[in-house]
Design a protein around this ligand. Structure first.
Ligand code: MD6
Ligand code: FE
Length: 213
């Protein structure tokens, strides 16, 4: 008889050293996550941030948790308050923390306590160019990344920008957990293809959980 552990193990794909794809891990809680998201964006609305170089990002973003990732002319950083409202970011809903902890555990990173959740919204054509995540204080904690809605192509490169990235399709409910040896690998999202998804409509949502502080 299949155990629950067996099922979890069957959907665990190693992407690279330290990086794991848990297909469908968030599928059953995805509507719950969207309901919580609707409450978050009532106060912290999606906005297109500007890069330090002056470009408007095609991905719309917001945050919840103790710290939120922000970008403006001054650079990239984590901030305790939303620059749009001057208020603290909305608290991280328990359903978010719990999913992040469970996914990290399933990927062999037990004890993960996220203090930041970056929320990305991709509309057709939106993309995220190759980058490293390196604004966090502690690179020993993993990052947990949840995909909801329209599928996207995830680009996963090496630790040097010139390393040729491999391409992986991420679907609604998929969770990538990433840390260890590839914590500083370059990665991005290819331009989103148009479509319609029952959960999100005409977009993809990504929740990225981090220990930033
Ligand atoms: C996204 N994700 O999936 C963008 N970063 O929309 C990221 O940039 C990312 O998925 C670090 C670790 C996992 C990720
Ligand atoms: Fe990233």
């Amino acid at each position: 008889m299949d155990s629950l552990f067996g099922e979890a193990a069957a959907s665990r794909e190693r992407i690279a050293e330290g990086a794991v794809l848990l297909r469908g891990f968030a599928h059953d809680v995805s509507q719950r996550l969207m309901d919580e998201l609707a409450k978050i964006v009532e106060t912290a609305t999606f906005r297109h941030m500007v890069t330090p170089g002056g470009y408007r990002m095609s991905v719309a973003m917001t945050n919840c948790g103790q710290a939120g990732w922000v970008s403006d002319a001054q650079g990239y950083r984590y901030d305790a308050s939303d620059p749009v409202t001057g208020m603290a970011w909305p608290a991280m809903p328990p359903a978010f923390c719990q999913l992040a902890e469970e996914a990290a555990r399933a990927a062999a990173y037990p004890g993960f306590e996220a203090d930041a959740c970056l929320i990305n919204r991709y509309e057709p054509g939106a993309r995220l160019s190759l980058h490293q995540d390196r604004n966090e204080r502690d690179y020993t904690a993993p990052i947990v990344s949840v995909s909801l809605g329209l599928p996207a192509v995830f680009l996963f490169g090496g630790v040097r920008r010139k390393d040729r990235p491999r391409r992986m399709r991420l679907e609604s409910g998929d969770v990538v957990v990433w840390g260890g040896a590839t914590r500083l690998a370059y990665h991005g999202i290819a331009a989103l293809k148009d479509g319609e998804h029952p959960l999100t409509g005409r977009c993809r949502i990504n929740l990225t959980f981090r220990k930033a502080l």
